[in-house]
Design a protein around this ligand. Structure first.
Ligand code: NCD
Length: 304
């Protein structure tokens, strides 16, 4: 794969995805094999929104490859506070790093920022838009646990504002997965995502109740209601707390069900699920390191 900017899951072919997952698999099998491969390289981190997993796993990945990071830090401690535009910020930081990772609250910001820089820019979440690197680690986790053959997945929760959902749903079309979307009516997929899935020939059904589909699922991908994206807090409170699962929910599921969540969770998965064999969300978070190592290796020119 030679792609300068990683902006959306829509730009990734099945071949691109499998190349990243295969390389991540090699890294996971022998973590020392890629150590030091990018010594001297620097990754610029520009996070305009909170992050634990994405930021830390990108940092860990870069350091494990032998490189280092330069981090803008919080918005409050940067020149953004003085009114600097995103375009100016990325143009400055590209002079300090070999690749950039950007998370920003505005949908479309990663695409816009990428037009101002020559170094590869990776979208780590643009508002309610896309989160393609989360999708790669989600796909890695799905491949490890359920495989892509004849896959039936349920994606539940905030389908409207959840960027991990928008990216994952699109990427799953290249694997011909059957996708069931479960949400309250007010949080169904945005029209633009539904249109893209339709154009990609996806096999998609929408539901308001999990029980309708749970027994058919190989994977259940649960998401957090994205409180910070609701224009009106009362609308959030109307749907908060719906669409929760606990260990008893799983009694109606297939024995091999894999439960995933991009995390952080609020209350959508009860802690009593954590000890079950279905729970894979912590493995999923850990997979962020080998997957991001593989992606960075490719973006930084480690193609063999
Ligand atoms: C997700 C995100 O930022 O979109 N978090 C993550 O990167 N793992 C999911 C979320 O915040 O709900």
């Amino acid at each position: 794969m030679r792609q300068d900017h990683i902006i959306s899951a829509k730009q990734l072919s099945r071949e691109d995805i499998e190349e990243v997952l295969d390389r991540a698999g090699e890294i996971a099998a022998d973590p020392s094999s890629f150590q030091g491969r990018h010594e001297g390289s620097l990754l610029g981190l520009l996070f305009f929104e909170p992050s634990t997993r994405t930021k830390m796993s990108f940092s860990a990945a870069m350091k494990r490859l032998g490189g280092d990071i330069v981090d803008m830090g919080t918005v409050e401690s940067s020149s953004v506070k003085k009114g600097e535009s995103l375009a100016d910020t990325v143009r400055v930081v590209e002079g300090y790093a070999d690749a950039l990772v950007l998370r920003h609250p505005s949908e479309g910001s990663a695409k816009m920022a990428s037009e101002f820089v020559a170094v590869p820019l990776i979208n780590a979440g643009d508002g309610a838009g896309q989160h393609p690197t989360q999708t790669l680690l989600d796909l890695y986790t799905i491949r490890e646990n359920a495989g892509f053959e004849d896959l039936t997945i349920g994606i539940m929760g905030d389908l409207k504002y959840g960027r991990t959902v928008h990216s994952l749903a699109h990427a799953l079309t290249v694997f011909d997965a059957r996708q069931h979307f479960i949400s309250p009516e007010s949080l169904q997929l945005p029209r633009s995502v539904r249109y893209d899935l339709h154009e990609a020939g996806a096999d998609v059904r929408e539901h308001t109740e999990l029980d309708e589909v749970l027994p058919e699922l190989d994977v259940l991908y649960v998401t957090r209601i994205q409180e910070e994206r609701f224009p009106d807090e009362s609308e959030y409170h109307e749907v908060a707390g719906e669409y929760q699962i606990d260990a008893s929910t799983l009694s109606a599921a297939n024995d091999d069900l894999t439960v995933m969540h991009p995390l952080p969770r609020v209350d959508e998965i009860d802690h009593d699920v954590d000890g079950t064999s279905a729970a894979k969300y912590f493995d999923q978070a850990h997979n962020g390191v080998p997957v991001r190592m593989a992606l960075l290796d490719m973006v930084l020119g480690g193609d063999r």
